[in-house]
Design a protein around this ligand. Sequence first.
Ligand code: FAQ
Length: 330
Amino acid sequence: MATQDSPDRGLENADRPDLAEAGQASFDKIIAADSRIEPGDWMPDAYRKTLIRQISQHAHSEIIGMQPEGNWISRAPSLKRKAILMAKVQDEAGHGLYLYSAAETLGISRDVLNDQLLAGKARYSSIFNYPARNWADVGAIGWLVDGAAICNQVPLCRVSFGPYGRAMVRVCKEESFHQRQGFEILLELANGTKAQKQMAQDAVNSFYSPALMMFGPPDSDSAHSSQSISWNIKRFSNDELRQRFVGMIVEQVKVLGLTLPDHDIKFNEETGKWEYGELDWDEFNEVLAGRGPCNAQRLAHRREAHKNGAWVREAAAAYAAKKAKKEQVA
Ligand code: FAQ
């Protein structure tokens, strides 16, 4: 049983069966009114579990997602580009922190979540297991990866769980700047020499499919979608958001003077939906199984960074203890 001090306190309703009937009725009413569940409210165990799963995966994605671009801070082509990229990577650390905090309000500790990540037991977005090979890839990450993230996350501002939705509002504002910086990198390369334009095109070719796969498996294979939609966690299905994203980038790529590596993209007037070519879902499943191009490297790097940061955590804890003692005396 979870105790008040255990890291996963409050994860189950089993401790208070007397609250179940009234709690469920109140929860159903809040969801039906499209209003917000707050951390102190009764919620079904499965709702809490789903949110912890999604929010923690999202937080881990932000933290691991710092790596592909972080590698380029020291190699950015100018001081201005370096400053912009540093700000972006710092934002991602901040997003991870808001999200871990939102997950903590559900009764799980950040230490437990971090241990799950370091042990290789937690998921993070498939996209961050692809390499950033050159500066054009940094541009494609900003334009396509942050672009897909915005498309997925704007509806999450209206998620039924209060702390997650409020965190998303700020995250989305920052993601918009991230996407613009990526687009601008690609625009400059696309208007540069022939070789630079080719670099930009190669980067778009590499990141197009992995970015589309960020939205998750096709609806027919999405285990969690229908339940999450009924709880107002997801507002749209994976395929709906993927189609919306294709519609966005199909126009933006024209401004870049580049092309998308997919000849099957078209708007179907009858269904009102964007159609695109087959995606390689075997590749997606391989990445999810830990066998993508950079899975091992990303986790090894995170473990090393955690180890190297031990002295900072110890110093912060010692300072907090000293401060608390001082306040007690005063
Ligand atoms: N990668 O039933 P569904 C960013 C898993 S942040 C890995 O459809 P669901 C910012 C899924 O977990 C990017 N795993 O799942 C940035 C489940 O496995 P499980 C992160 C994936 O939850 C930019 C299974 O497949 N964003 O980019 C993926 O209903 C640049 C079945 O799937 C978020 O996390 C995937 N792509 O829908 C940072 C947004 N897709 O848990 C740095 C919040 C699916 O049963 C640099 N999350 N899976 O073992 C969501 O909106 C949802 O969780 C989905 C998946 C849409 C990702």
